[in-house]
Design a protein around this ligand. Structure first.
Ligand code: NDP
Length: 433
């Protein structure tokens, strides 16, 4: 960690893994002899590059691009691209590091990577976004490929951006290599169900956790943060299963809708108009928008943070506990601070880390890669069934691994240990590289 003194998010993600695996790491001399920990926290390759593009008034703008190829032990590097002004090397490294273990948990042959830029798509025209994506891919194209590194979406990178990125890659590579990127449109190599996968998978995972108590999400109320891809489809699946989500948020504030979030209206505002959650509140009779507020003060049974890292603090968890929240499942990556995780675990709130609970997105990206490689296009129901089987399997793996390590019911230890051991054992078999 001394090598990366100015990378707080990366340090946070590494500390969480090391602390939760202390017993395992001390007991495994084979991991110590092979310097697994030292190797696994050092990315195999880090690429940083200038992205110069022209805005609609012909002004030249400069952003920074990143691709961290963290670990290829289990397969090609795989992980999303994030376009957001808060992106730094530290943010991309924390995401890439977590991706290694998440991808291992899916049971598919994919390594870990992540990328992005400090470019902010908010307020940009479609043409500006296209020019930025084309400039970004000018450099990224040298480093990716269907069996090398396969990017996908994340914050600020949705269907529109994936389309522009793929179009530019095709032009540069002079071949239609569908498997080079996932999250593509269904008409040109994308998988049905990929858009829904992370949010749907999150609720499937929460349902499995509740099933351990003889309960389900049916009849439960949930607070959800964010209003993007993950939040929207978590709410949709929750409603399909008889639950009710009563909140959404964005970086300008929070909406409480006691009647339950209207998913069709949310999609219209976010996916079609590219608007804000305040516009949603204006169109719903009993919904209230509170500028600058978070959603965690709203009473609920379940909490699903689906916006960004470190959005839930220890105080928020105390408020949730007082309001009766029984389960927190992370749709976003690292949304709980270390203090929030500790408070949740001490309060006996069921807690699922994003590595396990939001793995449905990347798992379905791997299903997209399988379809591309075999020139197939599976029906929605087939993809959803496979997603459900994968989420059920990840849930069972987390519980079994936690029990083996004498930490019954500890999903954090279970997810970190199961993902870590799968990669570590393969690293030993592949020698010192
Ligand atoms: P989107 O860009 O679709 O939506 C992001 C949402 O979070 C928006 O509502 C956005 O509001 C809000 N948000 C982002 N940054 C901040 C911030 N700093 N403060 C407050 N609100 C913020 O992204 P996704 O839904 O795809 O991603 C959400 C989370 O889920 C991320 O942590 C991502 O890494 C994780 N994830 C996503 C997967 C996927 O398949 N898409 C897979 C696994 C994890 P605003 O518009 O105001 O910025």
């Amino acid at each position: 960690l001394k090598r990366n003194p100015t990378q707080p998010e990366f340090q946070q993600a590494v500390r969480e893994v090391i602390e939760s695996l202390e017993t395992l790491l001390l007991s495994r001399t084979d991991y110590q002899d092979a310097a697994i920990l030292e190797r696994i926290i050092e990315p195999e390759r880090q690429i940083m590059f200038r992205v110069a593009w022209q805005d609609d008034s012909n002004k030249v703008r400069v952003n920074r691009g990143y691709r961290i190829q963290f670990n290829s032990t289990l397969g090609p590097y795989k992980g999303g691209l994030r376009f957001h002004p808060s992106v730094t090397l530290s943010v991309i490294k924390f995401l890439g590091f977590e991706q290694i273990f998440k991808n291992a948990l899916t049971g598919q042959s994919i390594g870990g990577g992540k990328g992005g830029s400090d470019f902010d798509p908010h307020g940009k025209s479609d043409n500006e976004v296209m020019r930025f994506c084309q400039a970004f891919m000018m450099e990224l194209s040298r480093h990716v490929g269907a069996d090398v590194d396969v990017p996908a979406g994340d914050i600020g990178v949705g269907a529109r951006e994936i389309g522009y990125l793929f179009g530019q890659y095709k032009r540069l590579a002079n071949r239609n290599e569908a498997g080079v990127i996932t999250g593509k449109g269904v008409g040109w190599g994308g998988s049905r169900g990929r858009t829904e996968a992370t949010g749907y998978g999150l609720v499937m995972f929460a349902n499995s956790m509740l099933a351990e108590l003889g309960e389900s999400v049916e009849g439960k109320t949930a607070v959800v943060s964010g209003s993007g891809n993950v939040a929207t489809y978590a709410i949709e699946k929750l409603h399909q299963l008889g639950g009710k989500a009563v909140s959404i948020s964005d970086s300008s504030g929070a909406v409480y809708d006691p009647d339950g979030i209207d998913v069709a209206l949310l999609k219209e505002i976010k996916e079609v108009r590219r608007g804000r959650v305040s516009e949603y509140a204006e169109l719903r009779p009993n919904a209230k928008f509170q500028a600058g507020q978070k959603v965690w003060g709203i009473p609920a049974d379940l909490a699903l943070p689906c916006a960004t890292q470190n959005e839930v603090h220890a105080n928020d968890v105390r408020t949730m506990r007082a309001n009766g929240v029984q389960l927190i499942a992370e749709g976003a990556n690292m949304p709980l601070t270390p203090g929030a995780i500790e408070t949740a675990q001490h309060s006996k709130i069921l807690y699922a880390p994003g590595k396990a609970a939001n793995a449905g997105g990347v798992a379905t990206s791997a299903l997209e890669m399988q379809q591309n490689a075999s020139l197939q296009s599976w029906p929605f129901a087939v993809v959803e069934e496979k997603l459900e089987a994968i989420m059920t399997d990840i849930h069972a793996t987390c519980l079994a691994t936690a029990a083996d390590l004498d930490e019954p019911g500890n999903y954090l230890v279970g997810a970190n240990a199961a993902g870590f051991m799968k990669v570590a054992d393969a690293m030993i078999e592949q020698g010192i590289v």
